[in-house]
Write a protein that binds this ligand. Structure first.
Ligand code: F6P
Length: 367
């Protein structure tokens, strides 16, 4: 029997979203009477007063696997259960539009949803599944913080971008005898920082999972200069915490956004090092959204395509309420409940990556 599938991309964008969409559309085209529709700007396309849902055919997705971003747009605000609504007095409230979504979904004859997104989006997938929607989740995020999968797509591209930037900072740091602090994304997970530090040959790597002591970092920097290296490169994750356990950032300002805006910990560390008395010229570079933009590397194009094809296969087999995952070398699936049980953070005590980093002399600012 044919199936009508609604595809949404939710949360922050990342390289590989279009490759997933292409994989979905091309695989669905091999089934008799399976049709794919894009819900524009995550679920806003079906929730807004003016519905915005677009048919996606093979010609619509031709060649898009090399493009960054998402052709059906995304948002990390709101959603079916917290839809932002402006009041006559100009203020905003949120309302639950999930029943409206179900009504419209049924009226338009949809059978299933593929929701491509990170932990926030997959929590929405789970809630939708509980309401009776046939949902399959696809894990996306540069942060790599979703459990049950070796990697989320987008992550390897972010690491590549960060490493390329880091390599450039190393040459200028060594020319000027400077200390460079490069701040990378990742929210509460240190995966981007840790991989970049090892790939780039950093002296110091600060991640959220290992609280840092600035005095230990200052000693590491001092020893670099005493040993005549004359420069030092530090990677710090945006969610890094000093011994007080506090993250650096600002409260969300956009309506419907529940996340603290992380950022500024690189400058904070610089100030801490200067307060300790470090006299070297310290410069901070914040990579920001560069890590989320542009062309996905080949690895992410492959993973994203595998995820897209598998999502359609799960729908064909009516294996709903699941999220596709990658456990080398297999692409399979786990229940949404299982996928969301706990996040995927670096586990310092058992991590081979942390052991490797320490093995090549990288300091985490903890000992
Ligand atoms: O989750 C992906 C991510 O890029 C995080 O690494 C970062 O903290 C956050 O999104 C930034 O979100 P926004 O684009 O809303 O500033």
């Amino acid at each position: 029997m044919g199936k009508k599938i609604l595809v949404a991309t939710g949360g922050g964008d990342c390289p590989g979203l279009n490759a997933v969409i292409r994989g979905i559309v091309k695989r669905a085209a091999q089934e008799p009477d399976m049709k794919v529709y894009g819900c524009v700007e995550s679920f806003n396309g079906i929730l807004r007063d003016e519905i915005d849902i677009r048919r996606l055919t093979e010609s619509d997705v031709a060649g898009i696997h090399v493009q960054g971003g998402t052709i059906i747009k995304t948002t990390n605000k709101g959603g079916p259960f917290h839809f932002p609504v402006r009041q006559p007095d100009g203020s905003w409230t949120v309302e639950d539009r999930s029943q409206l979504m179900k009504q419209r979904f049924d009226e338009m004859g949809f059978d299933a949803i593929i929701n491509i997104g990170g932990d926030g989006s997959q929590r929405i997938s789970l809630e939708l599944a509980k309401l009776g929607f046939n949902v399959v989740g696809v894990p996306k995020t540069i942060d790599n913080d979703l459990a049950c999968t070796d990697f989320t797509f987008g992550f390897q591209t972010a690491v590549e971008i960060a490493t390329e930037a880091f390599d450039k900072l190393v040459t200028t740091a060594s020319s000027h005898n400077r200390v460079f602090i490069m701040e990378v994304m990742g929210r509460d997970a240190g995966w981007i920082a840790l991989n970049t530090a090892i790939a780039g040959g950093a002296e110091v790597c600060i991640i959220p999972e290992i609280p840092y002591d600035p005095r230990i970092i200052a000693n590491k920097i001092a020893s670099r200069y005493q040993n005549n290296y004359g420069f030092c490169n530090i990677v710090i994750a945006e969610g890094a915490k000093a011994l007080d356990g506090k993250v650096t950032g600002a409260a969300p300002t956009a309506v419907g956004d529940q996340h603290i805006k992380l950022g500024g910990v690189g400058e904070k560390l610089k100030a801490e090092l200067e307060a300790i008395g470090l006299e070297h010229d310290i410069r901070v570079t914040v990579l920001g959204h560069l890590q989320r933009g542009g062309t996905p590397i080949a690895y992410d194009r492959v993973l994203a395509t595998e995820f897209g094809v598998k999502a359609v296969e799960l729908i064909k087999e009516e294996k709903y309420g699941n999220m596709v995952v990658y456990n080398h070398p297999k692409i399979s699936y786990v229940s949404l409940e299982k996928a969301l049980e706990s996040p995927n953070f670096v586990k310092p005590a058992t991590s081979d990556l942390v052991r490797t980093a320490r093995g090549v002399g990288i300091s985490f600012g903890d000992r």
